[in-house]
Design a protein around this ligand. Structure first.
Ligand code: AGP
Length: 609
């Protein structure tokens, strides 16, 4: 999950590379480095720590060049250190890499037998040595890269420079993201769009197997056999401002407050209230097929998996289709029962999550129709599936997913109406009501956000707790999971989400006065049972923070603290009830002084297994 960026043009590459790395830092931030070619010599600067450390190093030991590349690392092989930081160099060759080379140990030992010496513990360093070996045998730089890629197994987004052909920057992609930025007589290549948005919005998305040769005179893309391939220009509809903090202290807070707009953007232009129908551009799976689907399987990871769990409730209730939900890393290895009558939905904010991508490939192998719910144009997932429904959340930079989650739920709600109307399980009038409720949602979300200060106060009260339980039933169980994940991943407090009905089967043993318990107590089919759960927790000294409907005074009288949520239809309440939990986690983390946007050990997109 590293971030890489390359530049070829007429400007000094260093400031552009550093700006790009700062925008990629959310992808990994345990070490960073850049390399440039100036006066036909490669210069490298790299160090342990965040981009700021690299900036200090460059102030002390500046470098300059019109061709260069940069890397910000999330360690896979080798601890975070100066010597394991990218770029890695061997002879005349220098590389940066995002991915995992699975056969690197075998290659490394054969290179050592040939007398090659290694400095780092990384898998990446073997790539530099292999290319250098090929060049020494007489291959051109491009041929050397191509033959090296034929020897390595695994995933890579790779940038390579060679002192012997100093005008070229070569990029290669396989199962790790890489996008080309087409400027005016200058070219960029990066892991993600925000890194180049300030310079160009004209991009070309690269495919697995593409080898791209960048020079000041232009860009050539070839396949692994050396044949020219065409990749069309696309214009990104994000602006650079969207990728900035816009005055917020953290990207996460900005993205929490962007949610009403993001949800509105996600359903705008896709609803016809008078007909009670929903339609999607780019779905590419027609009603004739959707009508015959016998099963839906939804695969995802992390927060996206929580959205999938909510989707199951909606799709089964309103489309009467059996829905299986699975975690990507489990689905891909369990030989799932999937066939041509299955619709496999892959949910991923980034569209680059390795386990979700692998699950989509598994589904395609078994004949399923593939539909992606994704936030990033041109991502690997989007380019692989039959149809895509974009969440129009805009760039989500904070590692903790927020607006992506609520827009994923919005898409699942829209898809429920779409499928339900096609399969005649939702009447026109019910469709109209569901659309009407959705149109009111952004306003209700704004009202929840008005509680930010109250939630901040609540966070102060509980920020010293060492453990939390989050409980929910029915459609709120996934929201309990999501609330717990938000808290644990940014505040480092141990937090577990549980189906409330499970308390008697073990977790209640944990309850005492040091264990705050967040309970989602909105009105629903299991409301009375959740009230019983609150009483069981309190009888054992547990402190309950309850979320409930704004007009529910019964709960308010029972618990230590209450967070009110304006009422909407039951199907939309998961969206509303997740917002207070996002804000609570955010404020606890800020009070605890953790790095909210770039929590330790995490990265925004898990592009490796
Ligand atoms: C959520 O806050 C986490 N950042 C993480 O669980 C994330 O949801 C997961 O890695 C899936 O990412 P994706 O949606 O990009 O596939």
């Amino acid at each position: 999950m590293c971030g890489i960026i390359g530049y070829v043009g007429k400007k000094d590459a260093v400031p552009l590379l550093m700006d790009g790395l700062r925008r990629l830092e959310y992808r990994g931030y345990d070490s960073a480095g850049i390399a440039v070619i100036g006066d036909k010599k490669v210069e490298v600067r790299r160090c342990l720590g965040k981009i700021a450390k690299l900036e200090e190093l460059l102030l002390k030991r500046p470098i300059r060049g019109e061709i260069g590349m940069g890397h910000t690392r999330w360690a896979t092989h080798g601890v975070p250190s100066d010597t394991n930081a990218h770029p890695h160099r061997a002879g005349s060759v220098v590389v940066v890499h995002n991915g995992i080379i699975e056969n690197y140990l075998k290659i490394k030992s054969s290179l050592i037998k040939k007398g090659r010496q290694f400095i780092s513990e990384t898998d990446t360093e073997i790539i530099a040595h292999l290319i250098d070996e090929e060049i020494l045998k007489g291959s051109s730089f491009e041929e050397a890269v191509r033959s090296t890629l034929a020897m390595v197994e695994g995933s890579y987004a790779l940038l390579v420079m060679n002192e012997k052909e100093p005008e070229l920057l070569i990029a290669a992609k396989k199962e790790s993201p890489l996008v080309l930025g087409m400027g005016e007589e200058e070219y960029f290549v990066a892991s993600d769009i925000p890194a180049i948005l300030n310079y160009t919005r004209r991009v070309r998305f690269l495919d697995d197997g593409d080898i791209t040769i960048l020079s000041p005179y232009g860009v050539t893309i070839k396949d692994q056999k050396g044949n020219l391939v065409e990749r069309r220009d696309e214009i990104i509809n994000w602006t650079p401002v969207m990728a900035e903090k816009a005055g917020y202290k953290h990207f996460m807070l900005k993205e929490i407050f962007e949610q009403p707009r993001a949800v509105l953007d996600t359903f705008r232009g896709r609803i016809q209230q008078e007909k009670g129908v929903v339609f999607f551009e780019g779905l590419n799976i027609g009603p004739d097929i959707l009508e015959k689907i016998k099963k839906i399987v939804i695969v995802a990871c992390g927060t996206s998996w929580h959205a999938a769990l909510v989707g199951k409730f909606l799709l089964e209730a309103y489309c009467e289709i059996p829905v299986e939900v699975d975690i990507g890393s489990e689905f891909r290895y369990r030989d799932p029962l999937v066939d041509k009558d299955t619709l496999l939905i892959a949910i991923s904010q980034s569209g680059e999550t390795a386990d979700t991508l692998a699950s989509a490939r598994e589904g395609k192998k078994k004949g399923a129709r593939l539909l992606a719910i994704c936030n990033v144009m041109g991502s690997s997932l989007v380019r692989y599936v039959d149809g895509v429904i974009y969440t129009r959340a805009g760039p989500e930079i904070g590692v903790a997913s927020t607006k992506a989650f609520t827009t994923q739920l919005t898409v699942l709600y829209l898809l429920t109406i779409h499928l339900g109307r096609i399969r005649r399980k939702i009447t026109k009038s019910h469709g109209q009501e569901m659309i009407q409720a959705l149109m009111q949602l952004p306003h209700l979300m704004e009202k929840v956000l008005e509680q930010d200060q109250a939630i901040k106060e609540l966070a102060k009260k509980y920020s010293k707790a060492q453990n939390f339980l989050y409980l929910g039933r029915n459609i709120y169980y996934p929201i309990a999971l999501e609330g717990a994940l938000k808290l644990k991943e940014i505040s480092y407090i141990h937090a577990e989400g549980y189906p409330a009905g499970e308390m008697k089967h073990g977790p209640i043993a944990l309850i005492d006065e040091t264990m705050p318990v967040v309970v989602l107590a909105m009105m629903g089919p299991a409301y009375d049972k959740i009230v019983n759960n609150i009483e069981e927790v309190q009888a054992r000294g547990g402190k309950v923070i309850a979320l409930c409907d704004h007009d529910n005074h019964e709960i308010e009288a029972k618990v230590a603290d209450v967070l009110k949520v304006p009422s909407s239809t039951p199907e939309l309440m998961p969206i509303l009830s997740s917002i207070p939990l996002q804000l609570f986690a955010y404020h606890v983390a800020v009070i605890r002084g953790t790095d909210v946007d770039q929590p330790r050990n995490l990265a925004k997109s898990v592009t490796v297994e």
